[in-house]
Unconditional design. Structure first.
Lengths: 254, 254
């Protein structure tokens, strides 16, 4: 196994470049940081370009599939690759999933559509929550946080290996395709013509659309939905965090 | 109005010290950063020691109560005081609320109890969600994130002015006092003897207890609850973010 001790090594430079969107795009890969994520990638047979571990971690490595290059790095290199303060010292470089629309996606299951959700933590938490709620996938519009940046990847906790995560999408065509397949589309709105989510019991496949943290859903999308939902507040808070609102709606509509 | 141009000014040093727990404890105050929070503090008549604004912001300042010192600072000083990358340039120094237990609290309303929730964003989001769900207050155990650190304050979005936020609490005596007042106490657990939250319809006042992100609820607390709840997952995710789980439970139990 190759042992890497310098931050100037070309592979280390590649792995570090995966902290940026440019680096991920150029290589078509992103980085998994920590035991849980590496294990999930192996469990779900994700395409892995490299497994990287410090000496301590390499000993405990689960079986790495044949043909996957494994590298040992120093603690200093591990800290250089990682975006966390105290990395566990175990990483995997894995392929970005295919992001293109596939007509077979919209024939079954529930989908979460995100309109310009900007906080990486919110995007990651929503993907994890959609997974827990049994959704088939999450579709992110242009202008959403990149689901494969280090912070989002940390928040997703491996859910990208369980359900589809599709980025840079045009939500309009997705909504049209879903409606053609007899989906109900639930938007979210604070307007008076919206309905209390507690009165809604979906009877067929549906998609839920959540909007930008500050501005809410694009008005053009609100016009295309089957129904727009709101959450009644009992206290004085003016809004909910979008990931919390998404969790309440996904689990209530199930 | 006093105009402050140097980061070495003693007041600037005081305001900057509020980024740390030590500084907040010594002064008995914390900092509100941004228009929304300052406005909420004024609307809810919070005790304010100082309002601080850059020249641009000072012009648009709402009416500051008589006797509250107001200060004008440079953009550079504003960036020094703030923990955000792009501060709005408007701040208020306000008193930490009283943290002691008061027997009158536990006679009415719903309470959220947090057992060692460590992420400041989670604590802040849970306080904001408890507010939206009409809870009376949030009680944080020893070992929870400080609700008055800058990141938590940002996530709370002013909800600390709407409901009680009590920190450094011993949850055991709180639970005893609540039970003496005929409260139901709902814990959260993944164990088999826990019940699906969707089957629970509270008929009287209740408290919900949420546990540490990694370890869950303290076993000693689980023994003291009336009932322990779990959320059924339909997908492959192993857990939910604690703030999302809290939101689902608070809104479902209402």
């Amino acid at each position: 196994m190759e042992i890497i001790t310098s931050n100037q090594n070309s592979k280390v430079k590649l792995w570090t470049s995966l902290q940026t969107q440019k680096g991920r795009k150029q290589s078509g890969t992103y980085l998994l940081d920590g035991w849980h994520l590496v294990q999930e990638a192996l469990n779900f047979a994700a395409p892995i370009q490299a497994v990287i571990g410090t000496e301590d971690n390499r000993k405990h490595l689960p079986e790495v599939p044949q043909g996957v290059p494994a590298f040992q790095v120093t603690d200093e290199v591990a800290r250089h690759i990682s975006k966390t303060n105290n990395p566990q010292g175990i990483f995997a470089q894995t392929s970005l999933p295919n992001n293109s629309f596939d007509p077979q996606y919209v024939h079954s299951g529930r989908w979460l559509l995100l309109d310009r959700i900007q906080d990486p933590g919110n995007v990651g938490t929503l993907v994890r929550t959609a997974d827990a709620a049994g959704f088939s996938g999450v579709v992110l519009s242009n202008g959403s946080a990149d689901p494969f940046n280090p912070k989002t990847v940390r928040s997703m906790q491996g859910s990208q290996f369980h359900i589809k995560v599709i980025k840079d999408a045009e939500l309009g065509p997705w909504i049209s395709a879903l409606k053609e397949n007899d989906y109900d589309i639930y938007g979210t709105s604070l307007e008076k013509d919206s309905v209390d989510y507690k009165t809604v019991y979906p009877e067929k496949n549906f998609a839920l659309v959540l909007g930008n943290e500050g501005q809410g859903l694009d008005p053009d999308i609100l016009k295309e939905t089957t129904e727009n939902l709101h959450i009644n507040f009992l206290g004085k808070a003016e809004s909910l965090n979008v990931a919390v609102a998404g969790g309440i709606l996904m689990f209530a509509l199930n």
